[in-house]
Design a protein around this ligand. Structure first.
Ligand SMILES: C[S@@+](CC[C@H](N)C(=O)[O-])C[C@H]1O[C@@H](n2cnc3c(N)ncnc32)[C@H](O)[C@@H]1O
Length: 166
């Protein structure tokens, strides 16, 4: 996401943030110019710093989702945009197959190939515990972020949600 923004908006000041230093080092190696090691629950930026905040597959991992959303709200300019890309539980009957794949097949394969079964069990749990689209919209609205549009992607497994600071 950071690379796409950096390449697509060459005049913009694009910053990639994570609290995991090795992940930032890999981003740098792939060409991300500006990175900041920091906690999304306590962003190291003044209020109204950004026109756009994007978050890809990260909100699911936040220890305190409302706090993370309130930080995003704080650093956005008035009318700034927040775009979220995150896994989403697919509708019935796909949910049944998806859960089987997530909780049994994927951890089994991961354990077999890389001894990383536990990481994939965590991934499965975090995806299944993430709020459904309507509940997520409610949380975003509570945080002061008004829904602009939402788009289901990858057969409903991923959802793009774009909001604007009220
Ligand atoms: C599944 S990875 C996604 C990484 C990247 N956005 C991508 O799409 O490739 C989730 C990332 O969220 C980061 N993360 C989780 N909680 C965070 C927090 N409070 N502050 C900063 N980063 C956080 C983790 O370190 C991890 O790199």
């Amino acid at each position: 996401m950071t690379l796409l923004l950096q390449n697509g908006l060459p005049e913009a000041d694009v910053i990639g943030l994570d609290f995991c230093a090795p992940l930032l080092a890999r981003a740098k190696a792939r060409g991300v110019r500006k990175t900041v090691e920091g906690d999304a629950l306590n962003l190291p930026f003044p209020q109204h710093s950004f026109d756009l905040v994007t978050l890809a597959f990260g909100l699911r991992n936040f220890a305190d989702r409302p706090k993370g959303l309130s930080e995003i709200y704080r650093v956005l300019q008035p009318s700034g945009v927040f775009a979220l890309l995150e896994f989403s539980p697919p509708p019935f009957p796909w949910k049944f197959f998806w859960n089987f794949y997530l909780f049994y097949f994927m951890p089994w394969i991961a354990q077999l190939l890389s001894r990383q079964g536990d990481s994939f069990r965590y991934l499965a749990r975090s995806i299944s515990q993430f709020p459904a689209p309507s509940d997520l919209c409610h949380e975003l609205h509570q945080a002061g972020l008004k829904l602009l549009f939402t788009r289901s992607m990858s057969l409903g497994l991923v959802r793009l949600t774009v909001t604007r600071k009220i």
